[in-house]
Design a protein around this ligand. Structure first.
Ligand SMILES: Cc1cc2nc3c(=O)[nH]c(=O)nc-3n(C[C@H](O)[C@H](O)[C@H](O)COP(=O)(O)OP(=O)(O)OC[C@H]3O[C@@H](n4cnc5c(N)ncnc54)[C@H](O)[C@@H]3O)c2cc1C
Length: 376
């Protein structure tokens, strides 16, 4: 593709926000003559349904958004490939298979990368949940181990611990959760955190609130002798690491301004603060004006505003729309036993209806995309 004319706009990554951009393009037309979506796979794996798959509530092929079909329905080029480098001055991205793709404008929604090996050390038992792409396959390849340790005390780690504890299996499971020094659900209020703690206790999931380090094949937790002597941890057959999103190397290497952790620094319009023809959104981006937590909810809600800004920029105007998260977002943590804990700021409740509501929201979100491409 080296000598082809540049794309007016390249979407890198078919993440949550870019799905909303494609939806806008299907409904209102593509605001560019030549546009492309670059994605390493034809589907986006929806992370919110992975715990449900582990717990046997969904088949492996549930929770996929067909981003290839969305791109084709919008009438743009779909390139099944992975970006490995960007040159924001020469306006080019380098991909694994296609080589160089040139662009006038670019929007990046490639999500977070894994950081387990970097933070914990190498171990054959380690399964990093990121990138979420391929997570189901990595877990499938691990078989059905009885002793599993989950590392990471955020919402993802907690949901995975509950799901692993409720896998359909004839054998008893021994699940442990190592939260890191910051403790269980450090971003949640005290009430919801204590409700989750009680549920973990009730499900007999052992919780250790210290840092984990792998040294010569041995899992150690800080220097607490009481916890490092614990049996289920020593005998863990797999270590599932859910440590939050890490930043890919290529944005910083290419010269895009990044924050202290390597995430692409963007302004309130999701526009790179160093290169105004490049936008970034979702977990790969770092808003410089306000703190936006890295979660799918925010990537989804930022999508329509990004779509509006891209439309303005492509018609020669300045971007005007800005995503501002509400004070609280609704989080529904599945406890994988037909119930879920619904959390809204300081308020939490555990109920069967919360699990039903989560399933309804997730299925409705997926169906909204399936509907757009049903005639294809
Ligand atoms: C187990 C688990 C459960 C979770 N549950 C929830 C939940 O219930 N609610 C919630 O709000 N958040 C949840 N999260 C967090 C959520 O998954 C992320 O915050 C969200 O996926 C981020 O969306 P994104 O659009 O930034 O990127 P992603 O959804 O990760 O999408 C990025 C896309 O870009 C593609 N891509 C990656 N690299 C490249 C590249 N170099 N070139 C081109 N394309 C590339 C990927 O293949 C992928 O399709 C969960 C996370 C985990 C691990």
């Amino acid at each position: 593709m080296k000598n082809e004319a540049p794309f007016d706009l390249i979407l890198l990554g078919g993440g949550h926000a870019h799905c909303a951009v494609l939806t806008d393009w299907i409904a209102n037309g593509v605001p560019a003559q030549r546009a492309a979506l670059v994605s390493p796979a034809p589907h986006l794996r929806y992370s919110g349904m992975v715990p449900g798959w582990i717990a046997g509530q969904y088949p492996a092929d549930a929770g996929l958004v067909d981003v290839r079909a969305l791109a084709l329905q919008a009438g743009i080029t779909f390139i099944e490939d992975r970006c490995i480098a960007i040159d924001p001055v020469a306006n080019a991205v380098m991909t694994e298979a296609s080589g160089v793709l040139r662009f006038a404008n670019c929007s990046i929604d490639t999500g977070g990368v894994g950081k387990a090996a970097k933070l914990l050390g190498d171990d054959a038992r380690l399964i990093d949940v990121r990138p979420i792409d391929g997570l189901v396959e990595r877990l499938e390849a691990a078989g059905s181990p009885e002793n599993v340790t989950v590392i990471g005390g955020g919402a993802g780690g907690v949901e995975l611990a509950f799901a692993l504890n409720n896998r359909p299996s004839d054998e008893p499971q021994a699940i442990a959760l190592i939260t890191g020094k910051a403790g269980l659900l450090p971003d949640f209020a005290r009430g919801p955190r204590e409700m989750v703690r009680r549920e973990l206790e009730m499900q007999e999931i052992a919780v250790f609130e210290s840092d984990a380090v792998l040294t010569d094949g041995t899992l150690q937790m800080g220097d607490d002798p009481q916890t490092s002597a614990d049996d289920p941890l020593k005998s863990a057959e797999i270590l599932v690491a859910s440590l939050g999103s890490g930043a890919p190397d290529w944005p910083a290497s290419g010269g895009l301004e990044v924050d202290e952790n390597g995430f692409i620094a963007v302004d309130k319009f999701q526009r790179s603060i160093s290169h105004s023809h490049i936008f970034a959104v979702g977990d790969v981006a770092s808003r410089q004006d306000i703190h936006v937590p890295r979660s799918g909810v925010h990537a989804v809600h930022a999508g329509p505003l990004l779509a509006a800004n891209l439309r303005l920029v492509l018609s020669g105007e300045e971007p005007r729309r800005s995503y501002r998260p509400r004070k609280f977002s609704l989080y529904i943590l599945s406890t994988a036993n037909e119930e879920a804990i619904a959390v809204y700021g300081p308020v939490a409740t555990k109920a069967e209806w919360a699990a039903d509501l989560k399933a309804w929201i997730d299925k409705r979100w997926l169906a909204s995309y399936a509907k757009l491409t049903q005639d294809m």
